[in-house]
Design a protein around this ligand. Structure first.
Ligand code: NAG
Ligand code: NAG
Ligand code: NAG
Length: 299
């Protein structure tokens, strides 16, 4: 593996890319590390090149502060791909600048890794104030910091998401995705800032992570199967929620949720299951193991 990486690096340095390896967005695509120059285009250019590579590749965003208007990084890619964010990536503060409910999205990628110790800062404080006025006009289009849509075999490791204007991370249609040392931070009073919102996914692991936010720590919607939450500290926020389930007729059951070794610090609830009066005969919670003092500590 090490040899492979070293070979890939030298092949990039030797012939200017195309063969995988490590791509530095700043040095290779002329990105600027300042808070006014949009990193979006250089990042998409780097992604395009890495995604087309037939050997594993890694894109590096170095340890500075950057600004990204919005970016959707699409697969499928030809080989495993990693985005290593070492610095801080900031969104526009103005909630009106977003036309769709997304900021940075990862879509239809297999063997994907997001790592690096960096921070995605949604600069949501302005949005929280306007939400306070009950102006629901753009409620639905407020951007979610990180979207993981239809990923297979993904690892999200050593990443922080803070002050999203809406959910911090949304997981939809994924198979085998792990969040480890994933840090979420938003103020207690931030509305609708669920930590990790999961739906229609099979094999989601949330491990050794810290989630401080204004709404649910982890929210689990219909069609979620084989979910493990282990070593997670929640709070402030509303705790862990399964539901709401049963509002729509075609909902799939939630099947197999394991919660272990979690700590709730100043959360309004521990674990809740919310259902609507049963519309759906298929509505079900199968093999769900959520309580017991050994699994949940309250502080
Ligand atoms: C799940 O994904 C990880 C990468 O995050 C990979 O190492 C592992 O082999 C995958 N598991 C299966 C059963 O495919
Ligand atoms: C329990 O969770 C903590 C993180 O909160 C982790 O460091 C520890 O390894 C976990 N213990 C077990 C037995 O999984
Ligand atoms: C707990 O949360 C309440 C608001 O929900 C806050 O006022 C209080 O300071 C918090 N306490 C601790 C110990 O964090």
């Amino acid at each position: 593996m090490l040899i492979l990486v070293l070979l890939s690096i030298s092949s990039v340095e030797g012939q200017g890319g195309g063969g995988g390896g490590v791509i530095d967005v700043v040095t290779k695509f002329g990105a600027k590390a300042d808070e006014k120059t949009d990193l979006s285009k250089p990042l998409l250019d780097a992604w395009k090149e890495a995604c087309a590579s037939t050997s594993p590749s890694k894109i590096v965003i170095s340890k500075r502060i950057y600004f990204v208007s919005t970016a959707t990084l699409d697969g499928p890619c030809k080989a495993p791909i990693e985005l290593q964010v070492q610095g801080t990536v900031k969104a526009l503060a103005d909630p009106g600048a977003f036309k769709e409910p997304k900021w940075i999205s990862f879509n239809r990628i297999e063997n994907f890794k997001l790592s690096g110790g960096g921070v995605f800062d949604g600069q949501g404080t302005t949005a929280y104030k306007r939400e306070g006025c009950k102006g629901h006009a753009y409620y639905g289009s407020l951007p979610i910091n990180l979207r993981f849509d239809f990923l297979t075999n993904a690892m999200i490791q050593d990443i922080t998401t803070k002050d999203s204007k809406q959910f911090q991370a949304n997981v939809l249609g994924c198979k085998n995705i792990t969040f480890e040392h994933f840090t979420i931070s938003a103020p207690d009073e931030s509305p609708n800032t669920d930590g990790i919102h999961i739906g229609r996914s099979d094999g989601v692991n949330v491990l050794n992570s810290e989630i401080k936010t204004g709404d649910d720590c982890v929210s689990i919607r219909d069609g979620s199967k084989n979910l493990v939450i282990n070593g997670v500290t929640c709070g402030p926020g509303h705790g862990i929620r399964i539901g709401s389930l049963g509002l729509f007729k075609n909902e799939e059951p939630v099947d197999g949720v394991t919660l272990k070794n979690c700590t709730m610090t100043n959360t309004s609830n521990g674990v809740r299951i919310k259902t609507w009066p049963c519309n759906s005969p298929k509505l079900g919670l199968v093999g769900t193991e959520v309580s017991g003092p050994q699994n949940l500590r309250y502080k």
